[in-house]
Write a protein that binds this ligand. Structure first.
Ligand code: ADQ
Length: 458
């Protein structure tokens, strides 16, 4: 069995409980092969200081972690700039927020080259290399330029937009050409895969070879949809532990006279939070029987707070929640509880289980794991209802959720009303179908599926 080498922008110690499903799944696979996980340490050293580009290699059980420090200038251009100021908005269909004239590209290329230079000496001949996400698209091309002939796979955690949107990035040809340095490119959904296929055929005159391969630039790349899942067993175990049960009990007790709706997100403009709050307001306006009853708990964890677009959305949310609470709230009832914080992962299953409805309504999302976590956390005999955006990758799999168009505020309010009114029998049937899907396509399935496909490529 080849050793697995995972490369991602940030790495996590897979032994730590806070690591989360992806880190646990990758950690398990890495452990089996005595693998290596390479990424940015998250540390920034002042420009020109000694230590810039320093690599810290250390063991975490059977896994080796290799963490690279970056200079402030590099973090500015590669991480804040090109990755989060250009690729993140464009790939989420938000050309209006993209800093396309920024000149960050050279920093992005420089850091990808630095990653390749630091990683190459650690590689063995038959290592299987798995590179993750938009921060590192050109990494395989940089490794190839240094003579690396290993099998290399890439997985994009965020959506891939249609060609007409991608083509707005000034260096889109270069970026997409870089994908042809991989042996396998994985996307979250069939829709993303189709966008890739359209792009390479239209812009790179790539020819499809067989069902899932494309040939262009003298290379052949295999592409596929590999929808990511959650670690169902780990999440169930968390749900049975004391902290989750305590959270369930206290939430239920505190809201015993209310119908509870929940939203859990990173505070990001892709998550559709203002539209969701407006839809909740519309629910209270259009269906007054929910007043003094329906209560929305919106937990939004702080994220990328040094970027203007994120500060704007935070202000917008605070004002929307304030307006609804002012208009509809009463001495004994606050319609929206907005919590700008990260909730301890151990408490999440209890919180999800205590709620009647989950609102997972991103304007665009690669997958969205909150939808899957909510399904697993439910009591099968009396489950809550998932209201899910049709624009989340998860919608391709979770067809038994109530699918909504998050831009359609009255339509979303209507779906929320339907969720709140749904008879037990229908809730059970929908939940059983959702649970079956989430369990079958869990994170271990995803890992195996991707790595078996990569290893099987000639
Ligand atoms: P994210 O955009 O971070 O991930 P998501 O898939 O929803 O989105 O994962 C978020 C994780 O963080 C979940 O496990 C959730 O429980 C947790 N989380 C979010 N907000 C939290 C809060 N306030 N408190 C505590 N925990 C919180 C990117 C892509 C997604 C894709 C994943 C995985 O944008 O589309 O599904 O990667 O590929």
């Amino acid at each position: 069995m080849s050793r697995l080498v995972v490369v991602s922008n940030r790495i996590a110690d897979p032994r730590k409980p806070a690591a989360g499903g992806l880190a646990v799944a990758l950690g398990e696979t890495l452990k089996k092969t005595g693998g290596l996980w390479f990424g940015w340490s998250g540390k920034t050293v002042p420009d020109g200081m000694p230590g810039e580009g320093k690599l810290n290699v250390h063991a975490a059980g059977a896994v080796t972690l290799a963490e690279l420090d970056l200079s402030e200038e590099d973090v500015d251009a590669y991480y804040r700039g090109y990755s989060n100021g250009v690729l993140w908005p464009v790939f989420h269909y938000r050309l209006d927020l993209a800093q396309l004239e920024s000149g960050y590209l050279s920093g992005y290329r420089r850091v990808n080259r630095l990653f390749a230079r630091k990683l190459a000496p650690l590689l063995k001949e038959d290592d299987l290399i798995w590179i993750h996400d938009y921060h590192l698209i050109p990494l395989a091309a940089e490794l190839r330029a240094m003579g690396c002939t290993n099998r290399i796979g890439f997985f994009l955690h965020i959506p891939l937009p249609p060609p007409q949107i991608l083509a707005a990035i000034p260096s889109h040809e270069w970026l997409m050409r870089a994908l042809f340095a991989y042996d396998l490119v994985g996307f979250q959904s069939e829709a993303d895969l189709l966008n890739f296929s359209h792009y390479v055929q239209a812009e790179a005159t790539a020819e499809p070879v067989g069902a899932s391969q494309f040939r262009a630039f003298n290379s052949t790349v295999q592409a596929g949809a590999f929808p990511i899942g959650i670690d169902v067993d780990e999440f169930r175990r968390l749900g049975l532990a004391r902290e989750a049960r305590d959270t369930f009990d206290t939430t239920r007790k505190e809201y015993s006279r209310r119908r509870l709706l929940i939203g859990v997100d990173r505070l990001d403009y892709s998550k559709g939070l203002p539209q969701r709050i407006r839809a909740f307001g519309e629910l209270l306006r259009e269906y007054p029987e929910n007043r003094h009853s329906a209560t929305l708990l919106q937990v939004a964890s702080p994220s990328r707070e040094d970027v203007d677009a994120y500060v704007d959305i935070q202000h917008e949310l605070e004002s929307l929640c304030g307006a609804i609470n002012g208009n509809y709230g009463d001495l004994d009832w606050m319609p929206v509880r907005y919590i700008h914080r990260t909730i301890a992962r151990r408490r999440l299953p209890g919180l999800y289980r205590a709620c009647d409805v989950a609102l997972v309504t991103p304007l665009r999302d690669g997958m969205n794991l909150v939808a899957k976590e909510f399904v697993v956390a439910q009591d099968e005999s009396d489950p809550g209802v998932l209201v899910l955006s049709r624009f989340a990758g998860a919608a391709e799999q979770l067809k038994d959720a109530l699918l909504v168009n998050p831009y359609d505020i009255p339509g979303t309010a209507q779906a929320i009303q339907r969720a709140l009114q749904m008879p037990l029998e229908e809730r059970r049937a929908r939940h059983a179908a959702l649970l079956e899907n989430v369990c079958k396509y869990d994170v271990h399935w995803w890992c195996r599926q991707f790595l078996d496909t990569l290893a099987g490529i000639r």
